[in-house]
Design a protein around this ligand. Structure first.
Ligand code: ADP
Ligand code: F6P
Length: 359
C-alpha cells in the first residue's frame, strides 16, 4: 500500500452540483485511512498562491446537500505555464502535499497529468454538468442540471398552454447536446436541437405547424447552446424563434436558462456517484495508482488512465492530433472506436425517438 501523509483536494473549471459531496467523500475516506487532508481554494490558482485550508471531518459536515463548491473554483491560465507549475510544485513541497485529487473536466485532467509528470501523483474526478467526457458514462452534476431543466421547462409549458404559445428554451452544455437531449425528451419537447446531429430546420418548423393544426396549444423546443457555438457564436436559437414565428404565425417566446442550471442542491444520483468517486479516488492512490480519472463504465465505477481518456475524448470529438494513437495497441484503438460508436448510437436513438414522439 502506498504511503501518503497529506493529500490536497481542489475543484477547477466550471463548478457542478455534487462537487461538495465528492470533497466530503475524499476528505472523510482519507482521514479514515489516517491521511491528512488539505483543501486548495480556487482551483489551480490556489495551488499557485498557496491558498490552503486544512480539512477535518467537521469541516465537511453539512456540505453533501450544497451545490457549488466550498473550495471555490476558477479557470487559471497561469497553471499552464512553466512558472505557474513551478509555484504549484513549491506549494506542494512547502506544505508536504503528497498527492492531489482534482475535480473538474478535461482541462482540469490535463492539469492533473502535468502535476503527475512533475512528481505529484494526481487523480481526476469528472465533475461537469455537460456529461461530455467520453471515458465515463456519467459526470457529476449532469443529473441535477437535467432535473433543473425539466422543472423549468415544466413551468414554461404551463404558461405556454394558457396562452397557446411556443417556447424555445436554450440550455448549457458547451458543444455537447446531452443536457438538451435527455432533459428535452423527459420534458416532452416537440423539437430538440443538438450539435451532434444535423438539424433540419424546415422539418422542425413543420412539426410545430402540424402540432398546432392538430390542436396543440403549448409547445416546447429545447435547444443546446452548442447550436449557437457551432454557428460561429451566432444566437442560433433566437434566430430560429423569429423564423418559426414568421413561417407559422405561432407566437413564440425565447428563454436562455444559462448558469441557473449549474447551481442547486445535488440530486441523489449526483450525491451518490460523487461519494463513490471520491472514496474510490483515495483507494486508487493507496493502491499506488495515479494519473487516472474516475469513471463509470458499463454501470461500474472504475479508473482510466488520463491520457487514454483525453485521446478517447479527442477521437469522439473528431479532434485527434498527429501521433495520438501511436502508443496504443490495435486492440486499444478498436476499443476506443467502439466506445465512440456506442456513445453516439445511444444519443442517436434517443434523438430519433424525440422526433417520433414530439407531436
Ligand atoms: P474543465 O476542467 O471544466 O474542462 P477548463 O478547460 O477551463 O475547465 O480547465 C480548468 C483549468 O485546468 C484551467 O483553468 C487550467 O488551470 C487547467 N488546464 C486546462 N488545460 C490545461 C493544460 N493543457 N495543461 C495544464 N493545465 C490545464
Ligand atoms: O462546462 C460547464 C459550462 O457550464 C458549459 O455548459 C458552459 O458552456 C460553460 O461552462 C460556461 O462557462 P462560464 O461559467 O465560464 O460562463
Amino acid at each position: 500500500m502506498a504511503k501518503f501523509r497529506k493529500i490536497g483536494i481542489l475543484a477547477s473549471g466550471g463548478d457542478a452540483p455534487g462537487m461538495n459531496a465528492a470533497i466530503r467523500a475524499v476528505a472523510r475516506k482519507a482521514l479514515y485511512e489516517g491521511i491528512e487532508v488539505v483543501g486548495i481554494q480556487g482551483g489551480y490558482a490556489g495551488l499557485i498562491n498557496g491558498d490552503l485550508r486544512p480539512l477535518d471531518n467537521r469541516s465537511v459536515s453539512n456540505i453533501i446537500t450544497l451545490g457549488g463548491t466550498i473550495l471555490y473554483s476558477s479557470r487559471c491560465p497561469e497553471f499552464k505555464t512553466a512558472e505557474g507549475m513551478a509555484k504549484a510544485i513549491k506549494t506542494c513541497e512547502d506544505n508536504q502535499i503528497d498527492a492531489i485529487v482534482a475535480l473538474g473536466g478535461d482541462g482540469t485532467f490535463r492539469g492533473a497529468t502535468d502535476l503527475t509528470n512533475h512528481g505529484i501523483p494526481s487523480i481526476g474526478i469528472p465533475c461537469t454538468i455537460d456529461n461530455d467526457i467520453t471515458a465515463t458514462e456519467y459526470t457529476i452534476g449532469f443529473d441535477t442540471a437535467m432535473n433543473t431543466v425539466v422543472g423549468m421547462v415544466g413551468a414554461l409549458r404551463e404558461t405556454c398552454e394558457s396562452h397557446a404559445r411556443c417556447n424555445i428554451i436554450e440550455v448549457m452544455g458547451r458543444d455537447c447536446g446531452m443536457i438538451a437531449l435527455y432533459a428535452g425528451v423527459a420534458a416532452g419537447a416537440v423539437v430538440i436541437a443538438i450539435p451532434e446531429f444535423e438539424f433540419d430546420e424546415e422539418y422542425a418548423i413543420s412539426k410545430f405547424r402540424e402540432a398546432r393544426e392538430h390542436g396543440k396549444r403549448g409547445m416546447i423546443g429545447v435547444f443546446a447552446e452548442g447550436m449557437s457555438l457551432n454557428n460561429g457564436g451566432n444566437k442560433y436559437s433566437e434566430e430560429f424563434v423569429k423564423k418559426l414565428e414568421a413561417e407559422t404565425g405561432i407566437e413564440t417566446k425565447f428563454a436562455r436558462l444559462g448558469h441557473i442550471v449549474r447551481g442547486g442542491s445535488p440530486t441523489l444520483r449526483d450525491r451518490l456517484h460523487a461519494t463513490q468517486f471520491g472514496a474510490e479516488a483515495v483507494s486508487c492512490l493507496l493502491e499506488g495508482k495515479s494519473n487516472v480519472v474516475m469513471a463509470i463504465k458499463n454501470g461500474m465505477i472504475t479508473d482510466i488512465d488520463i491520457n487514454y481518456a483525453l485521446v478517447l475524448d479527442r477521437m469522439y470529438k473528431g479532434k485527434l492530433k498527429d501521433g495520438d494513437l501511436d502508443k496504443y495497441t490495435a486492440a486499444q484503438v478498436e476499443e476506443m472506436k467502439a466506445a465512440c460508436a456506442q456513445r453516439r448510437l445511444k444519443m442517436e436513438k434517443l434523438y430519433k425517438l424525440s422526433f417520433e414522439l414530439g407531436k
